[in-house]
Design a protein around this ligand. Structure first.
Ligand code: HEM
Ligand code: PLO
Length: 486
């Protein structure tokens, strides 16, 4: 609405036909597309009832920015749901934990611990480059393969080094188990299915919930093992090697100082946080890499332009480094365009109004769930010409010498109180993995194979389908193992 008018209720979808199963049953479209379409009838901000819950859907950047930034505190809550409670022991993590003093303290500690690996940190760059090198080694040995497990292992190992100071080799059974449980969780958590809307449905058999519980128990055993190992080792050598050490240290120092800041961080809190970083660290970055590869096979001319840039700015005698980021604007623009056209989390995680408040002229009651539809922001025709066209050029400045953000309708990592904690890490990984791969290989679908689908499977993250890729060594890189190491 036009701002300045008297407060009023947002347009509301009829409740009856939507009870319970709007998201999964009533439309062939995934929810982010359905919500985008519903704008035509109800306007960019509308409300609906999911069972007993009032949900406000925000499809325009002005209202999205009001929720995330201007009124960030008022909208910093998270809903409790059956599936996320199973995953996080009733919200004892950062991402699905509700806003509270404990949560704020907890997030601050994790933020601090993560920034020891931040921008400019030599150790994180070394870790990513070692994994990129190993990944390229695998690519040079097999002409045609599904990149998904290889990308996942490379990204998992980066997070593994950060969290636990360990990594997995190809075929490691623990890694295979991790792949399985993590996919199981992605497939079943936070889907706003019937169980999350009507918690009492839990008493009935529910296959998804059973699968989730089983996957979570496998994950918890793995986390518990790492936790115990660290607790023992940390006491004996007093060296801070990784995120888990940093968290253990923060927990102990919080226990020893009885300040006002002192909030009890239980063992559950630490485990669930590491679970968050591990899960978010793996599933998001891997998904973006897969989308990048998917768009690059669809657009060989974009691939060639990135490779020209790599050849001109880096050449063939050394591998890319983080310090090259400023001199590879077209690659940087491509990464931004991938994050726009296929947002990892098209509906973010729902926010909750902690007080009676408003969005624009609309009144919002305390407890309302707010869904930011990032898909709509990133596909707004007023802001992006031909939004489904893949065009990295949108993010280049006029002479192509640097990158820009051409519209306020772009929020791949969210903003404000709940902004992504892993943005810096994710950007380093995307840059290094893609530059290493594209310096060495040309990516295409094998002859006779169709181009991969751009559709995506909706879940807590929007995943591309699996398909085979040919990684053909570029001229000068056609050796069994590349001579130009790091
Ligand atoms: C939250 C995007 C990578 C950790 C989020 C949110 C988005 C997002 C949209 C939700 C914001 C909201 O609900 O308002 C992304 C994208 C990534 C990425 C696009 C990759 C390209 C990572 C990585 C980590 C991470 C690598 C871990 C190291 C988190 C955490 C939260 C979060 C802990 C929850 C924050 C909170 O609720 O306070 N991310 N993320 N993310 N992300 Fe990321
Ligand atoms: C991914 C599957 C893991 O096994 C558990 C997990 C933990 C944190 C979640 C992540 C999953 C999916 C992506 C999420 C992340 C927290 C923040 C991130 C939701 C479920 C985003 C993109 O918001």
């Amino acid at each position: 609405g036009v701002s300045g008018g008297p407060p009023r209720e947002p347009p509301r979808l009829p409740a009856l036909p939507l009870i319970g199963s709007l998201l999964s049953l009533r439309s062939p479209l995934p929810p982010h597309r359905l919500f985008q379409d519903l704008q035509r009838k109800y306007g960019p901000t509308f409300s609906l009832m999911l069972g007993p819950h009032r949900v406000l859907v925000v499809n325009h950047h002005r209202h999205a920015r009001e929720v995330l930034l201007k009124k960030g505190r008022a909208f910093a809550g998270r809903p409790r749901t059956v599936t996320t409670d199973v995953l996080t022991r009733d919200g004892k993590d950062i991402a699905f934990g509700d806003y509270s003093a404990t949560w704020r303290f907890h997030r601050k500690i994790v933020h601090g611990a993560l920034s020891m690996f931040g921008e400019g940190s030599a150790s994180i760059e070394k870790i990513i480059c070692a994994e990129a090198s190993a990944l390229c080694g695998v690519l040079s040995q097999s002409s045609c393969l599904d990149l998904s497990p290889e990308l996942t292992r490379a990204v998992t190992n980066v997070v593994c080094w950060l969290c636990f100071s360990c990594s997995y080799s190809r075929g490691d059974p623990e890694f295979e188990a991790m792949l399985r449980y993590s996919q199981g969780i992605v497939d079943t958590v936070a889907k706003d299915g019937l169980v999350d809307i009507f918690p009492w449905l839990q008493v009935f058999p529910n296959a998804d919930l059973r699968r989730l519980r089983q996957c979570v128990s496998v994950r918890d055993r793995l986390l518990q093992d790492k936790y115990l190992q660290h607790q023992v080792q940390d006491y004996s050598d007093h060296v801070q090697r990784d995120l888990l050490d940093a968290l253990l240290r923060a927990k102990r120092s919080a226990e020893n100082h009885n300040t006002a800041e002192c909030v009890d961080l239980s063992e559950d809190h630490l485990l669930m946080t590491v679970g968050d970083i591990f899960g978010a660290g793996v599933e998001t970055t891997t998904t973006v890499l897969k989308w990048a590869v998917t768009y690059l096979v669809h657009h060989p001319q974009v691939q060639r332009r990135i490779q020209d840039e790599l050849d001109r700015r880096i050449g063939g005698d050394r591998a890319p480094r983080l310090s090259d980021r400023g001199s590879l604007p077209y690659l940087e623009a491509t990464i931004r365009e991938v994050l726009r056209i296929r947002p990892v989390a098209p509906l973010f995680i729902p926010h909750v109004a902690l007080t009676d408040t408003s969005i624009g002229d609309f009144t919002v009651r305390k407890g309302t769930r707010v869904v930011i539809n990032l898909w709509s922001l990133h596909h707004d025709e007023e802001e992006w010409t031909d939004p489904e066209r893949f065009d990295p050029g949108r993010f280049l400045n006029s002479d192509g010498s640097g990158v820009t953000v051409p519209s306020p309708s772009y929020l791949p990592f969210g903003a404000g109180v709940r902004v992504c904690l892993g943005e810096a890490l994710a950007k380093m990984e995307l840059f290094l993995f893609l530059s290493w791969i594209l310096q060495r290989f040309h990516l295409s679908v094998p002859p006779g194979h169709p181009l991969p689908s751009l559709e995506g499977k909706f879940g807590v993250v929007l995943q591309p389908a699996r398909y085979q890729v040919n990684a053909t060594p570029r001229a000068g890189w056609d050796h069994a193992s590349p001579p130009h190491g790091q």
